[in-house]
Design a protein around this ligand. Structure first.
Ligand SMILES: [Mn+2]
Length: 221
């Protein structure tokens, strides 16, 4: 039986939507490969619960990448990122969630986030939060590009032969006008704007089937 790969990007605190999608797609740990592309926290309401669920999923075999929002929380806690910048980027609900959950949960989650990989290879796919700098080998990519790059990646050919790059970070509605998964030959964009009141989407590979849950307008930037 062909292996199914299931991908979810940019959950941003939408815990119920994540749980619903895994149920709808009948995710089977051990049989299916689940890859989560980062940005579990911030903007949306229940990031701490999303992290708890993602940690359980990883313990059962899923792959979870680091997103720029996990990096921002880490940088905020070490003082490298100013509080107002983190709050401007949607950190408020996450900090409130960790105040409720307590310091022990925060320290445990932060230590887990520090160890998250920035990309994951599973031929013919490369999974990454934001994208890659075109024309540069995977091993030579900078952490900042893997976590933050936007147009310089998605508007150009990747230069990686025989690979399809699966990425999140930039909601497709912002560059295609439509909150759908964007299939573009050498790359597939999976962030369908859950953080902006559009949808959280689960993508199945290699077939390209999708399931989605609307996230409403509860928290807009
Ligand atoms: Mn991001």
């Amino acid at each position: 039986m062909a292996e199914r790969i299931l991908v979810v990007a940019d959950i941003h605190g939408h815990h119920e939507a994540l749980v619903s999608l895994l149920r709808q797609a009948r995710y089977r740990p051990g049989a299916d490969l689940l890859v989560l592309l980062g940005d579990y926290i911030d903007r949306g309401p229940r990031g701490v619960e999303v992290v708890a669920t993602v940690r359980e999923l990883v313990a059962a075999g899923a792959v979870a990448l680091k997103g720029n929002h996990e990096q921002m929380l880490l940088d905020y806690l070490t003082g490298e990122l100013e509080e107002n910048v983190y709050l401007w980027n949607g950190g408020g609900p996450t900090l409130a969630g960790y105040r409720r959950a307590g310091r022990e949960v925060l320290l445990s989650d932060v230590s887990w986030m520090e160890g998250l990989p920035l990309y994951y290879e599973h031929e013919p796919y490369v999974f990454v939060h934001a994208g890659l700098r075109p024309g540069r080998a995977l091993a030579d990519q900078s952490p900042d590009d893997l976590l933050w790059i936007r147009e310089e990646f998605y508007a150009f050919p990747t230069g990686l032969a025989d690979r399809t790059v699966i990425f999140g970070h930039t909601p497709t509605v912002f560059f295609t006008g439509s909150p759908e998964v964007w299939f573009a030959g050498d790359k597939i964009a999976v962030d369908t704007g859950a953080a902006y009141g559009f949808f959280l989407t689960l993508l199945e590979l290699p077939g390209g089937r999708t399931w989605r849950v609307p996230t409403g307008t509860a928290y807009r930037v």
